[in-house]
Design a protein around this ligand. Structure first.
Ligand code: NAD
Ligand code: TYD
Length: 342
């Protein structure tokens, strides 16, 4: 199977490429990535320039909004395109929304035009549960839930989902949308809460907890998400949406305390800071459809997944130290300054 992966140098895309190439000898992957601040080819060092993979993997630096590049690439013939490429961080979308609309909405539409022109067999849009907005204390998001995005990030992802739906309805394109809950695991950029808090704790610097720390996310270990995407690619029904979730709701404060305990660090590192504007209170995914129709289930409990993740960040300090001492440090100070301690 010949697959074009977009955004494969980011967190989930790189985990997906490693999983696919290491699991299936018949899979060939082309990875097109703009290498924004979040793209890092070191994530793929296990396969980049390795003889055993060079006939099955190639990287192309490029922007999915570049129509000519995407047209040229898709003219080469692919069985499937998996669209991971996105601006993905809610706080950045609050600071500067424009790039989110450009990449997440326009980029998706440009890919769909290429899918139409070159009759690609499958297009998987990697979306998020955040398109559904925020839940109260009860209930879970199903595939039928209304789209009520609250941040510029989630609104741009919802926009992309609607463009996908329109291309399926109007042009019968073979589109499938997956909507996954919050991922964690190796190679996650340390601006997202779990890698930020693990690395801050290791460095003995404060863990900035937004608001009252009682917001809830439904966590999934990244490898479980990658396995779900593979099954959707092979067994999913065109035109359908599949929710993917780890059935693992936790408050932010619970996660923070767990990280500190596991690293043997004091609770005094927790610093309550000003809340994120429009902060969604609770996400929870009903993943019954993918479980029943496709036979997927998460393999990791939160306890197993977080242990693996903490161990990975402890063993791969040079990966994240480089990131945190570079461009990101300015960003972090700016963000942290904006949300000064209560
Ligand atoms: P990430 O920010 O780690 O990676 C995004 C990648 O896309 C980077 O490698 C970046 O260089 C690349 N990229 C950005 N703009 C591009 C462009 N215009 N052209 C080509 N490449 C571009 O994000 P992630 O956490 O790996 O998320 C991947 C996808 O999964 C996103 O679509 C995101 O919305 C979705 N998702 C993420 C989560 C999560 O918890 N991280 C949960 C559900 C869905
Ligand atoms: P994040 O990792 O940014 O993912 P998302 O906003 O897409 O769910 O945030 C996860 C939760 O952690 C969210 O409720 C916001 C909170 N959070 C903090 O309390 N402090 C932080 O520094 C960050 C980045 C997030």
């Amino acid at each position: 199977m010949k697959i074009l992966v977009t955004g494969g140098a980011g967190f989930i895309g790189s985990n997906y490429i490693l999983f696919m190439l290491q699991t299936f000898p018949d899979v060939q992957i082309t990875n097109v990535d703009k290498l924004t601040y979040a793209g890092n080819l070191e994530n793929l060092s296990a396969i980049e320039c390795k003889d055993s993979y060079c006939s099955r993997y190639r990287f192309i630096k490029g922007d999915i909004v570049d129509r000519i590049l995407i047209d040229n690439l898709l003219s080469q013939g692919f069985d499937a395109v998996i669209n991971f490429a996105a601006e993905s961080h809610v706080d950045r979308s609050i600071e500067e929304a424009g790039i989110f609309i450009r990449t997440n909405v326009l980029g998706t539409q440009i890919l769909l035009e290429g899918i139409k022109k070159y009759k690609v067999g499958r297009f998987i849009q990697i979306s998020t549960d955040e398109v559904y907005g925020s839940l109260g204390p009860e209930g879970k998001f199903t595939e039928e839930s209304y789209l009520k995005p609250n941040s510029p990030y989630s609104a741009s992802k919802a926009g992309a989902d609607l463009i996908c739906r329109a291309y399926f309805k109007t042009f019968s394109l073979p589109v499938i949308i997956t909507r996954c809950s919050n991922n964690y695991g190796p190679y996650q950029f340390p601006e997202k809460v779990i890698p930020l808090f693990i690395t801050n704790a290791i460095e003995n610097i404060p863990l900035p907890l937004y608001g009252d720390g009682l917001n809830i996310r439904d966590w999934i270990y990244v490898e479980d998400h990658c396995r779900a995407i593979d099954l959707v690619l092979r067994k999913g029904k065109v035109g359908e949406i599949y929710n993917i979730g780890g059935n693992c709701e936790r408050t932010n404060i619970t996660i923070t305390q767990m990280i500190l305990e596991k690293l043997n660090k004091p609770k005094t590192l927790i610093t309550f800071v000003k809340d994120r504007p429009g902060h969604d209170r609770r996400y929870a995914i009903a993943a019954d459809k993918i479980e029943k129709e496709i036979g997927w289930k998460p393999a990791h409990s939160f306890e197993t997944g977080i242990d693996k993740t903490i161990t990975w960040y402890l063993n791969n300090k040079s990966w994240w130290e480089k990131i945190k001492s570079g461009e990101y440090r300015n960003y972090y100070h700016q963000m942290y300054g904006n949300r000064s301690s209560l």
